[in-house]
Ligand binder design. Structure first.
Ligand SMILES: Nc1ncnc2c1ncn2[C@@H]1O[C@H](COP(=O)(O)OP(=O)(O)OP(=O)(O)O)[C@@H](O)[C@H]1O
Ligand SMILES: [Mg+2]
Length: 249
């Protein structure tokens, strides 16, 4: 079983859009896939038309994997299951702050799912918190969408600094460009500059696309309703690149 997180300290950069499309494409490619929506906003769950559980079970999330098993919901697609977010997930940090070995908690519960799934994808909230530290310790790959603008680049640097200061292995961090608008000078120049200097920068770039924005209307991944559109093809290229890396892990 492999695990990957779509993560950024910054909000609104395409973590959820990427989680949803990658989960769909992984399942289509034959991986038994579980998408866990860690963000209490519940956007991934919404895209897959999966209702959050009515029970306030967030406080049991990190206890045992059996608790997670109980919350798994089937999606409309073969091999793709979802653990939808619950409002109570916004208290994850407070919960983890009281727990011993909190960095290892998520890793431990996810391990319990290794017979059921080939790939687990975590859609993370935009924070740098105890939850994110638990995510960093739990996954094989951290995918970081970076919009080619100054602020998004800066938050990526903050993440790299955090990894270095905390002796975390940055070899698992894979940035990629998201919401790219090549006609904008700033985007073009930022991409050209970072392409030469950023380790593990993925080649695939996700363009800014109204079709991707429309995922909310369709409540479906673009890779499903418009796979041949530029956005759909970009996610396919991103998935292919990630799949090759996952196979080597
Ligand atoms: N490539 C894209 N082109 C155009 N719009 C996009 C693209 N990717 C995402 N969006 C839109 O931008 C908004 C933010 O995207 P998304 O929810 O994926 O980001 P996020 O990083 O998960 O945000 P949050 O930090 O709030 O969880 C959404 O309205 C989404 O539809
Ligand atoms: Mg999100």
């Amino acid at each position: 079983m492999k695990t990957l997180a779509c993560y950024s300290i910054k909000g609104g950069v395409g973590k959820t859009a990427s989680s949803v499309n990658l989960a769909y494409l992984a399942a289509q490619a034959g991986y038994r896939t579980l998408l866990i929506d860690l963000d209490s906003q519940g956007a991934s769950s919404f895209y897959f038309r999966v209702r959050p559980s009515k029970k306030n079970w967030g406080k049991r999330f990190f206890k045992t994997y059996e608790q997670l098993l109980k919350q798994i919901k089937a999606s409309d697609f073969d091999r793709l299951d979802i653990i939808p977010a619950h409002e109570s997930f916004r208290h994850f940090d407070a919960m983890l702050s009281d727990q011993g070995k909190r960095e290892q908690r998520l890793k431990r519960v996810l391990k319990g799912l290794k017979k059921e799934y080939d790939l687990i994808i975590l859609d993370c909230p935009p924070t740098l918190s105890y939850l994110s530290e638990a995510v960093f310790h739990a996954v094989n790959m951290i995918l970081v969408p970076v919009i080619p603008t100054t602020l998004s680049e800066r938050t990526f640097e903050q993440l790299q600094d955090f990894f270095h200061r905390n002796d975390l292995p940055d070899r698992m961090v894979y940035p990629f460009f998201s919401m790219v608008q090549r006609q904008k000078h700033l985007h073009k120049s930022t991409i050209e500059r970072l392409q030469d200097t950023t380790p593990r920068l993925l080649e695939a770039q996700i363009p800014f696309s109204t079709d991707i924005e429309k995922m909310g209307e369709h409540r479906s991944p673009i890779s499903c309703f418009a796979p041949r559109s530029p956005g759909g093809q970009a996610y396919e290229a991103l998935w292919q690149e990630i799949a090759r890396k996952l196979e080597k892990l």
